[in-house]
Write a protein that binds this ligand. Structure first.
Ligand code: KG4
Ligand code: ZN
Length: 358
């Protein structure tokens, strides 16, 4: 089955073509992402109206490129009855920003009608889960055995998800306030780093001392599988206020580079410590065979290293799988991959749902 995936839930406009293999993995034929992120970098967050307008600008060029690269079908030179060699169209219908979601959903509906192809609505969060099932040149199709435990860590979500099978998926824990990515982004704002701050904090942290500041690890020892990150952000805020550090002042920043590196390293380590501790605890409690990561924060090198190390020490029989970074951040390949496993979903009327959850 060959599926065209479309993803427009936030600030990325993405399309991809994926074909499914007999061993239940998927091979990526093309993957195109356009991002309006640079427009949001200075405002410190996404402005929904701007994101939606950019989605409109990019949606057709992105789909055109994905079909050309993936199946050699050209939308621009297409004749009246030409139809691309795909079996279905998958589209993210939530959660996300309503204006952005609508661009993808309405485009997908139109193409589905025009080409007479089934339309498969996909939950963005399932997309992050199923990024783990994609094989690429550098990553040859994982052998995932159930039960599997996934940690979805993105800008809006921190969810621990237990997968007993493709049809038995439950959330066993989540954040009570800020998501892990949100914590990176809010701490970055206090340090005057561009949005989204996760990748920058991670890069600067490499030159810092993770023990320089003793930041809190909220809820690290609680018996549940929940998270809380707003206290960590407040701790950094209090530190910055107490010392009157002003990272918006260029002279101050230039004279205090090591301070910035140390703050980044301390904050990153605090976030990673909590995520790994709870993930390992849940993996033990549910005796899982596989641990999966997904979402933008799963691109974080420190998180991956710490997880691999801790799992090999404490859970030697458990396989840890992390998709390559470009499949962790938002993309349409993961939407097409998820569609393959949820293709029986009723599809008479697909409506964007900004508040969708598991
Ligand atoms: O999954 P994603 O691309 O979009 C959402 O669905 O939210 O995740 C975006 C989040 C942002 O908060 C960003 O700061 C974070 O992922 N992120 C990272 C890294 N790359 C992206 N956080 C830490 N380290 C990274 N390398
Ligand atoms: Zn996402």
């Amino acid at each position: 089955m060959t599926i065209l995936g479309i993803e427009t839930s936030c600030d990325e406009t993405a399309a991809a073509v994926l074909t499914n293999n007999t061993d239940n993995t998927s091979t990526l034929l093309s993957n195109t992402v356009a991002s309006s992120l640079s427009l949001h970098a200075k405002t410190g967050g996404i402005i929904p109206e701007i994101a939606a307008r950019e989605q409109l600008k990019y949606i057709l060029p992105v789909i055109t490129k994905a079909l050309e690269d993936g199946v050699g079908f050209s939308l621009t030179t297409t004749k009246k009855n030409d139809i691309p060699p795909i079996d279905a169209i998958a589209v993210t219908y939530g959660p996300g920003l309503i204006g952005s979601l609508l661009v993808g959903v309405e485009t997908a509906k139109t193409l589905s009608l025009l080409w007479d192809k089934p339309l498969i609505p996909v939950n963005h969060l399932y997309g992050h889960l199923y990024a783990n099932w994609i094989s690429t040149n550098e990553y040859q199709g994982p052998k995932i055995s159930f039960p599997a435990l996934a940690l979805i860590v993105s800008g809006g979500h921190t969810d621990l998800v237990l997968m007993k099978s493709h049809s038995d998926i439950t959330v066993i824990g989540g954040t009570r306030d800020d998501a892990a990515g949100e914590a990176f982004d809010k701490i970055g704002r206090l340090l005057n780093l561009p949005y989204p701050a996760g990748p920058t904090i991670s890069r600067l942290a490499q030159k810092g001392d993770p023990k320089a500041f003793n930041l809190p690890r909220p809820m690290i020892g609680t018996p549940d599988f929940d998270f809380s990150f707003s206290g960590l952000k407040t701790a950094v805020l209090n530190l910055v206020k107490k010392h009157s550090w002003d990272f918006t002042d260029t002279t101050f920043s230039q004279n205090n580079q090591q301070l910035l590196y140390d703050l980044c390293a301390s904050a990153e380590t605090a976030i990673v410590d909590v995520l790994v501790k709870k993930l390992i605890k849940a993996a033990k409690a549910y005796d899982v065979s596989t641990i999966l990561l997904g979402g933008g924060v799963a691109a974080n090198t420190k998180l991956k290293q710490t997880l691999h190390q801790t799992a090999s020490n404490q859970l030697p029989g458990t396989t840890v799988i992390v998709p390559p970074p470009y499949l962790c951040t938002d993309n349409a390949a993961m939407i097409a991959a998820a569609a393959y496993f949820t293709k029986d979903f009723p599809q008479e009327s697909v409506t964007a749902d900004p508040e969708l959850y598991f």
